[in-house]
Design a protein around this ligand. Structure first.
Ligand SMILES: Cc1cc2nc3c(=O)[nH]c(=O)nc-3n(C[C@H](O)[C@H](O)[C@H](O)COP(=O)(O)O)c2cc1C
Length: 253
């Protein structure tokens, strides 16, 4: 009898927790976060950002603030003139979607309105690292997954539409990397992963496939952190060639 009571108790507890979890994620999904207005001025020149961009695989354990997140997502897919976005898009069809993973959860970026849809409150960076086999992704403050919806572009351009979609992912990733430098952050573009594992980890809709990931955060090594002052000094001492100290963490990929 006691055994039946125990089984009943644990089944009821499991059902209760399950309902609680479903309700909590449903509530989280209704939430939106308005991001701060992005800035369009900086003390770091475009040339300095290009010269200093490196793929960095060592991140400090420090979170990004909302201003930094706002700026990075805006650089990737923010609206810059009416519905036109920061990155070019073949035929202005905008087939790309950005997902953001931080310690606070999983978010979808809405270009229109410059806001985040909260998709969940679990930290999925470790799961993303496992899904990609790239441990760096769990250490970065933010992982931005760039997804592509081929159905938005292939009907107009046929097979070539896929080529355009991949090109667009490259534009977006580069914008994010350059913006990261301008903010004194470091980043890593990641293209090697199992699409299905990443899609499953994020719960992306079937029509949206992960194409590229950019990990962003503070440098885990002082050698790799670029402040505006260092930028200026480097510019002066290297004649603008932008030679930076080689990262010890970097591996050839
Ligand atoms: C399309 C693409 C995919 C990449 N995928 C990965 C990756 O999966 N993991 C990784 O650690 N680096 C990846 N990288 C980063 C490259 O290793 C890096 O760009 C290269 O070593 C040159 O260094 P730099 O970016 O600092 O100039 C990728 C780069 C590109 C352009």
């Amino acid at each position: 009898m006691n055994r039946i009571k125990t089984i009943f108790f644990f089944s009821a507890l499991a059902a209760f927790l399950c309902v609680g979890y479903v309700l909590e994620s449903a509530m989280a999904q209704d939430k939106e976060i308005q991001l701060p207005q992005p800035k369009t001025t900086s003390t770091v020149s475009l040339e300095q950002a290009i010269a200093q961009r490196r793929s960095i695989r060592s991140f400090a354990s420090k979170d990004l603030n909302q201003e930094q997140i706002s700026q990075l997502l805006w650089a990737g897919q923010g609206q810059t003139s009416g519905a036109k976005r920061a990155a070019p898009s073949a035929g202005s069809l905008y087939p790309m979607e950005l997902y953001l993973l931080t310690k606070d959860g999983l978010f979808h970026y809405a270009s229109d309105g410059h806001k985040l849809h909260v998709l969940g409150t679990d930290d999925l960076r470790g799961a993303l690292a496992a899904a990609t086999g790239q441990s760096t992704l769990k250490d970065a403050a933010a992982d931005i997954v760039i997804g592509g919806v081929s159905a938005r572009i292939v009907p107009r351009y046929g097979e070539r539409g896929m080529r355009y979609l991949y090109m667009e992912a490259g534009h977006i990733a580069e914008n994010i990397q350059l913006q990261a430098v301008s903010l004194g952050l470091v980043s890593l573009p990641v293209g090697s992963f199992s699409d299905s594992e990443v899609q499953k980890t994020l719960g992306m809709p079937p029509e949206c496939k992960p194409v590229y990931i950019v990990a962003v955060g503070f440098s885990g090594s002082e050698e790799q952190s670029f402040s505006t002052m260092e930028t200026t000094t480097m510019q002066a001492t290297t004649g603008g060639r932008g030679t930076v100290k080689k990262s010890t963490a970097a591996t050839s990929y």
